[in-house]
Design a protein around this ligand. Structure first.
Ligand SMILES: Nc1ncnc2c1ncn2[C@@H]1O[C@H](COP(=O)(O)OP(=O)(O)OP(=O)(O)O)[C@@H](O)[C@H]1O
Ligand SMILES: [Mg+2]
Length: 308
């Protein structure tokens, strides 16, 4: 099965609009260059969320860039990878942080064979190949890095940096920004930048989707046990929503990693310590989290209570 037909089946299961799925699969052009084929992500799992899928597919088909905003570990990068696989486009990644400037994105002058040549940055490569550029944590970007992107992100679809040749974007090029709404150090996103994206808000995860993810990742686990792990996550999420605890321990990644280490042979108590309660460093908060854990994961549980 090809990667796009894997995604196609998973989207049909979620009852994503058949017309949108069809248009996405028929869109663009097929890559033949092995280097570009290698850049099309092989989906490790599918993103769950019918409405979110429909918003993203429709926006991409209409030439828009999308900004995925949501809590940590809410599947933003899984979705970005799945979109590349569905549309069959190679992906380039750029992570934004205080040291990301326009030259990191577009390119830098370097000496090659005694000549000054431009070593192309990720946005340049993405633009000429009609790739999907994933901008991680775009809210951390400095203005210098953002301003060069404005003309690439709007109808002009060009990159025009003084001193470099002007680059026209391949019409298939799209940009997918991700941002996390509660990382420390984030700042309000610049209005001119947000204006150039369709903003897709990923809501906190609910029971149904959570159980699907757990079943997909742990087909060998017992249903009753997975329900307790899902319950643990949802209890913590609710406590954070009511400001009883911070969001530090509300981390799906930590729950999944805890389950993997249990399958490997670690005791459930030790696994949730490193995957869940260990993520908060405040003693008072840690005690609240440990109380929630005790109600969900009995202290005498062993691997056998969880896995077949
Ligand atoms: N709606 C969802 N559908 C499928 N998987 C999900 C979903 N939400 C979370 N996950 C799971 O959560 C984990 C983290 O996903 P991912 O790395 O894409 O999150 P993220 O939103 O990019 O997080 P961060 O903001 O911390 O970078 C993955 O293992 C993924 O399978
Ligand atoms: Mg991410």
């Amino acid at each position: 099965m090809t990667d796009s037909s894997y995604i196609e089946n998973k989207l049909k299961e979620q009852q994503v609009s058949a017309g949108l799925i069809r248009d996405a699969l028929n869109w663009g052009r097929k890559e033949t260059d092995p280097v570009l084929i290698d850049r099309i992500p092989k989906p490790a799992g599918v993103f769950y969320g019918k409405e979110i899928w429909e918003m993203c597919i429709a926006a991409i088909l209409e030439g828009e860039n999308i900004l995925l905003s949501g809590p940590k570990a809410s599947g933003k990068n899984v979705l970005a990878d799945d979109l590349c696989a569905l549309f069959g486009r190679p992906q380039w990644n750029a992570s934004f942080h205080v040291n990301t400037d326009s030259s990191t994105l577009i390119g830098t002058d370097t000496f090659i064979d005694n000549e000054v040549k431009l070593r192309r940055g990720s946005v340049y490569e993405c633009a000429v190949h009609g790739g999907f550029g994933v901008f991680d944590e775009i809210n951390m970007a400095k203005n210098d890095a953002l301003v060069v992107l404005h003309s690439a992100l709007d109808y002009r679809k060009i990159i025009d940096v003084p001193g470099y040749e002007k680059i026209s974007l391949d019409p298939l090029t799209r940009f997918i920004g991700t941002m996390n709404y509660d990382y420390a150090g984030t700042r309000e996103l610049n209005e001119a930048l947000v204006s150039r994206f369709m903003v897709v808000d990923i809501p906190p995860i609910g029971t149904d989707i959570l159980m699907k993810i757990l079943h997909d990742d742990f087909p060998d686990a017992k249903d009753k046990a997975l329900e307790q792990f899902a319950g643990l996550f949802l209890d913590l999420q609710e406590k954070a929503e009511h400001s009883e605890i911070s969001t530090k321990s509300v981390d799906l990644r930590g729950i999944l990693a805890a389950l993997r280490t249990i399958r490997r042979g670690l005791s459930p108590q030790a696994a949730v310590k490193i995957g869940v309660s260990g993520k908060t460093f405040d003693q008072y908060e840690k005690e609240i989290v440990e109380d929630v854990i005790r109600l969900r994961i009995p202290e005498d549980w062993t691997r056998e209570e969880i896995f077949e």
